[in-house]
Design a protein around this ligand. Structure first.
Ligand SMILES: C[S@@+](CC[C@H](N)C(=O)[O-])C[C@H]1O[C@@H](n2cnc3c(N)ncnc32)[C@H](O)[C@@H]1O
Length: 217
């Protein structure tokens, strides 16, 4: 089943293990923050249960997290404590009520959940939600390895086309998106060899990803 067909709220309610919920901020995002690439008012789109947003708020940014899943947002809100952080249920293809609000957007594994029409609507909605000069960071699946089920595979051309109008792409490179899946779990999901599959030092599957950075014109 591909991501556009997934009922995310059902996944959050019923799955004992959610592949992208690693219980800590996404290492790619931690790198970006350390490099000084996050600034101002931050939108975490498709924030899930909020670990990336909580991390950024703990680093001193004002963060808004949005997700279409009420269950994910309820879990995220439970982590707010006294941080400068809010979570809302919202459809990222519309982002109504968020116009001209953000300096940085973090899209950690959201883009590859959308079909072509949704991607175009989403990037247009982001354009409305961002201030001039705002920066968007996208992490999305670049390649399917070992026949493993997962979200849509996104081509370089897809990203270049979707961000062609109103954005300037300043970085588009291959990267690793860290999941919670271990080798033992993957063995049960595919009959293909895992020789080409990479894992981090903690044994977590590294999904081959794109890291895109684009600046709003
Ligand atoms: C693969 S998860 C990534 C969650 C989180 N960003 C992370 O990296 O752990 C994708 C998230 O996008 C959300 N999502 C998918 N389509 C959406 C839409 N149209 N509007 C809002 N959220 C959406 C899902 O509910 C899910 O939480």
């Amino acid at each position: 089943m591909s991501a556009p067909d997934l009922d995310f709220d059902q996944v959050y309610r019923e799955s004992p293990l959610v592949p992208w919920v690693i219980g800590e901020p996404q290492p790619l995002l931690v790198e970006l923050e350390s490099a000084g690439e996050i600034r101002g008012d931050v939108l975490d789109v498709g924030c899930g249960p909020g670990d990336n947003a909580v991390f950024l708020a703990s680093r001193g940014y004002h963060v808004t997290g949005v997700d279409g899943s009420p269950t994910a947002i309820e879990r995220a809100r439970a982590k707010v404590a006294d941080l400068d952080l809010e979570f809302e249920v919202a459809d990222v293809t519309k982002l109504e009520g968020f116009e001209d609000r953000f300096d940085t957007v973090v899209d950690s594994a959201l883009y590859h959940c959308l079909d072509d029409d949704e991607q175009r609507a989403y990037v247009a909605a982001l354009h409305r939600a961002c201030r001039g000069g705002a920066t968007v960071h996208v992490f999305c699946q670049a390649e399917q390895v070992a026949g493993l089920p997962g979200p849509r595979v996104i081509s370089e051309q897809n990203l270049r086309d979707t961000f062609a109008g109103g954005w300037r792409i300043t970085r588009l490179r291959r990267a690793d998106y860290t999941t919670v899946m271990t080798r033992d779990m993957l063995v049960r999901m595919t009959e293909q060899s895992l020789d080409e599959v990479r894992f981090d030092d903690s044994g977590r599957f590294l999904m081959p990803a794109w890291q895109l950075t684009a600046v709003r014109a």
